[in-house]
Design a protein around this ligand. Structure first.
Ligand code: PLP
Length: 354
């Protein structure tokens, strides 16, 4: 990214050599993303974020394919949940938001019952929940979508670069991702669109991204996205072992602090090792816990990053029936974290809890 910012000033739409060089950088990045997902290069489109990617897909696919019902869940990220509520006003369709159990899992039987009913359906279910780490059964969801001829949109922001995704194995129609979730730069994302389900563009006025997203491309962001993704998939197996070890270490230590500390989301299977949501028992000044962790130099979160700072109970915590008098804090781990850092978090929590 440094090299491109310092030396590569060509506009990828220009036909001179500097432009062609910039275009080459983007196309090389597209190959990396396509290869990672076992997709074709023509099925990958770069965007400014996953939010833009999700908005593009939902707002264009629903009217274009005459979707009459959209099936989602109560634990989707706001850039899917709020977008669907907005779109329903503009272009009426049945919006079915599936309930989840106390770990954040949907009922696949309920999904199938709804898919069996008449009408062209789109299923919009995330891969990995960003607040509690629960992973949906994408294989069975994809099979059901295939069986009932429904489109399958999957927000895979918390999964890309952290697990293997094969667009054909799970019958995905659309997948979205954001580079900063796998150590790439902020404001660079992409979507995969199966070549059987081409949607019209959201942004008009330029031929960039093969007419799918007008506007001069973020060349250094796209290059950073691909470099980070390449790094993550190359080291995936080692990273997964590292993250599972960090998670297990943290959970064992945090549960020693107090008998009434629980871990939210799936525990035995179908969980992401990089997200640990901890439910603390009620105590005086519990609402100051995150603030005090911050003062101690520990960056944790109480909801999704986009909504933290706003005093509102997270829809995910509401959906899993997390009691309102308890405080849930999400600790996220990366391969750059250490057990020493976890020890420091544990020591800090011991001081902060009564
Ligand atoms: N989807 C999920 C599951 C997320 O966790 C996030 C960000 O936290 C997004 C979508 C939005 O990503 P971005 O803000 O990069 O558009």
């Amino acid at each position: 990214m440094h090299a491109i910012l310092q030396q590569q000033h060509g506009n990828p739409s220009s036909i001179h050599s500097y432009g062609r060089e910039a275009k080459g950088i983007i196309e090389d990045a597209r190959k990396v993303v396509a290869h990672t997902l076992k997709a074709s290069v023509g099925e990958i489109f770069f965007t400014s974020s996953a939010t833009e990617a999700n908005n593009t897909i939902l707002s264009k696919a629903i009217p274009h394919f005459n979707i009459t019902k959209v099936i989602t869940s109560k634990t989707e990220h706001p850039c899917v949940a709020d977008t669907l509520v907005h779109l329903k006003e503009v272009h009426p369709f049945d919006l079915i938001s599936l309930d989840v159990d106390s770990q954040g899992n949907i009922s696949l039987d309920q999904l199938e019952t709804i898919l069996k009913q008449p009408g062209k359906a789109m299923v919009s279910l995330m891969h990995t929940n960003n607040e509690i780490g629960t992973i949906h059964d994408t294989q069975r969801i994809g099979n059901l979508c295939n069986q009932y001829d429904a489109l399958y949109h999957c927000d895979a922001v918390q999964a890309i670069g952290k697990t293997t995704i094969d667009v054909h194995a799970d019958y995905y129609s659309f997948i979205t991702s954001s580079a900063h979730k796998f150590h790439g730069p902020k404001a660079a994302g992409f979507f995969y669109m199966n070549s059987d389900n081409i949607i019209p563009p959201l942004l008009h006025g330029g031929a960039q991204e093969r007419n799918m997203r007008a506007g001069t491309e973020n060349v250094y962001g796209i290059a950073g996205l691909a470099t980070a993704l390449q790094y993550m998939v190359t080291h995936l197996a080692t990273h997964q072992i590292q993250l599972h070890e960090l998670r297990a270490y943290f959970i064992s230590k945090v549960q020693e602090i107090h008998p009434d500390i629980h871990i939210l989301g799936n525990q035995d299977k179908d969980f992401a090792p990089h997200i640990v949501s901890v439910s603390f028992p009620p105590f005086d000044y519990a609402d100051m816990l995150m603030f005090n962790l911050d003062i101690a130099g520990i960056a944790a979160s109480s909801g999704s990053a986009c909504s933290s700072g706003i005093a509102k109970t997270s829809p995910v915590l509401l959906a899993i029936d997390h009691p309102e008098d308890r405080v849930a804090i999400r600790f996220s781990f990366s391969i750059f974290n250490t057990t020493e850092e976890i020890d420091y978090v544990i020591q800090t929590l011991k001081h902060l809890l009564p």
